[in-house]
Design a protein around this ligand. Structure first.
Ligand SMILES: *Cc1c(COP(=O)(O)O)cnc(C)c1O
Length: 312
């Protein structure tokens, strides 16, 4: 138990950091190149390789990644984006920031609290431009029927993969997948995010939008790979720095082992809860592919949630 906190509460996702991360940070300071250097590039390459993708784009949060995935595919004013009603607010915020309209789609049910295909179908209008999936709790959605749905209606298919770093299939069938390395996620860079975009041209567009819509980086120019730059798009400063990438490279090596440990613990909790408190429902199926990011449970109707939390 953490001795820094006097309460007996189990912490929600305190980060695992140690000597390797400290050494990696010191090495960045010794090298003196602080942002968008070789470590960011290596982090992108290794993250892409882990997910079977050609390449990835590192950014400073999943919110930034989601924003770029809209902008790189021209989602804007007049467009509607289908979102799960059970999701994190960043997803709907960025739709609004792009001038588009979020349209909430109900979940499939208590046992499968993922966006429901039948309700998505009923929310389609001539303005629908994209559908965003979110792999809630780390439980992986079967993306194939969604790809077929998106193709049938000419929609973009986007994934909010903030809960599923390291899981197979991310960004394979969708147009873009966004990951988070915020402090409470399965791996962390303190703040940070990553995008997997399969289409090389769209990925290049996202890369430019990440840094003010510029055609080359400071590192490119320092290394003689470019002499100047042009501004070709209305971009942002969504860059990742070398300190975060250095932590990310260390964390990435441990991610798959951590995910496995989470799965083991979640299965254990699931079995125990079924035995000692069968009135508590545990959504999703035992054995379903998951990064076990959050283990949500459903209390019986009328049960005082805060009292259960206290007594846990
Ligand atoms: C954490 C989270 C985000 C936002 O991630 P940041 O890296 O903090 O911007 C987006 N979507 C979901 C589902 C999340 O859990």
């Amino acid at each position: 138990m953490d001795t820094k906190t006097s309460s007996a509460l189990i912490e929600l996702g305190s980060p695992s950091l140690g000597e390797p991360e400290k050494r990696a940070l010191c090495a960045v300071i010794d090298d003196g190149w602080l942002t968008m250097g070789e470590r960011v590039r290596q982090f992108e390459e290794r993250f892409a390789a882990m997910h079977g993708a050609d390449d990835a784009v590192a950014v400073n949060s999943a919110t930034a990644a989601l924003h770029l995935s809209m902008q790189a595919f021209d989602v804007g004013p007049g467009d509607e984006v289908l979102l799960p009603s059970l999701t994190f607010v960043a997803a709907s915020n960025i739709v609004v920031h792009c001038g588009a309209t979020p349209v909430f789609v109900d979940i499939d049910g208590v046992n499968n609290p993922h966006i429901a295909l039948a309700d998505a179908q009923s929310k389609l209008t001539p303005r629908t431009k994209a559908v965003m999936l979110m792999h809630y709790g780390g439980y992986v959605i079967d993306v194939a029927p969604w790809r077929a749905f998106a193709d049938r209606h000419g929609l973009l298919l986007l994934e909010d993969a903030a809960h599923t770093a390291g899981m197979p299939g991310m960004g394979v069938l969708s147009d873009a997948a966004s990951f988070s390395f915020f402090t409470n996620k399965n791996m962390t860079t303190a703040e940070g995010g990553m995008m997997i975009v399969r289409d090389a041209q769209r990925r290049q567009r996202a890369r430019a939008l990440r840094a003010h819509g510029m055609t080359s980086s400071t590192l490119d120019r320092a290394k003689g790979r470019a002499v100047g730059y042009d501004v070709i798009d209305c971009g942002h400063n969504f860059r990742m720095d070398e300190l975060r990438a250095a932590i990310g490279l260390v964390q990435l090596e441990r991610l798959l082992g951590w995910n496995e440990a989470r799965r083991t613990l979640a299965a254990q909790y699931r079995r125990t809860l079924t035995r000692v408190a069968p009135e508590i429902e545990v959504p999703f199926a035992d054995g379903q592919a998951t990064a076990a990011h959050i283990m949500a449970v459903l209390l019986p109707e009328g049960c005082d949630r805060s009292q259960v939390m206290q007594r846990m």
